[in-house]
Design a protein around this ligand. Sequence first.
Ligand code: IPD
Ligand code: CA
Ligand code: CA
Length: 258
Amino acid sequence: MLERLIAVTREAGGIIRSARDVDSSVREKSSPRDLVTNYDLLVQDFLRRELLKLLPEAGFLGEEGDERENLSRKEWVFIVDPIDGTTNFIQGYHNSCVSVGLAKQGQMEYGVVFNPYDGELYAAQRGKGAWLNGKPIACTDRPLDHSLLIFGSALYYRDLVGETLRLFNAAFPLVQDIRRFGSAALDLCYLAAGKAGAFFECRLCPWDYAAGSLIAREAGCTVTQLDGSPIDLFNKCGILAGSPGAWRELLALFQKGE
Ligand code: IPD
Ligand code: CA
Ligand code: CA
């Protein structure tokens, strides 16, 4: 199954790579910050068609509107983001990906994340490990003060600006430096590959973190909600992830509420 998911995800990445005249296909969703392009829809249609050929009985949860009801009761559910990093895609900032997760009975079983611009393909299978372009990857064992912290700005939620900045301020003195790349799925993969030590974002949707959370976990990272509770695969939640040591330190810091 993993190989077939990889093949479909790669092909979907090809659609992103070959996109032309992106500007003329941009539409606003909930706000001027929340955009969608024809390519998001095209890639999602492609994924729905090809993934359901692999597992016709599975449910399908994709960002660009689909059936949402009763998915948690299905044995298998695909959780996909056709383009994670849509703002980057529109701006020509080449840090976007296709994210494909497959959950079984509410647990992530397979995850594939592909950035078609640099050709990095991250994959994981529960209990079997995580790979970058076929090579095993592992989270960093550097201490927090020698590690990068990646954060996401939860840009679609005005109510979270204060909380995001509170966590940023609390963490900044304790880490080597902070990065904001604009694709939560890739952010989690960068943790998995040891390029950064930790990640947080105050609210994300399941398609942002489904695949990436498994890839990070299989690489040895801890992935939870911001209060340390288990992530929710079918509802929005905040995410705190990192190498076990970094995650522990940040959890304690964030819980101080200063
Ligand atoms: C967004 C990206 C971004 C994160 C946002 C997500 P989208 O996904 O993952 O990094 O900060 O919270 O919604 O809208 O580009 O698919
Ligand atoms: Ca997304
Ligand atoms: Ca998206």
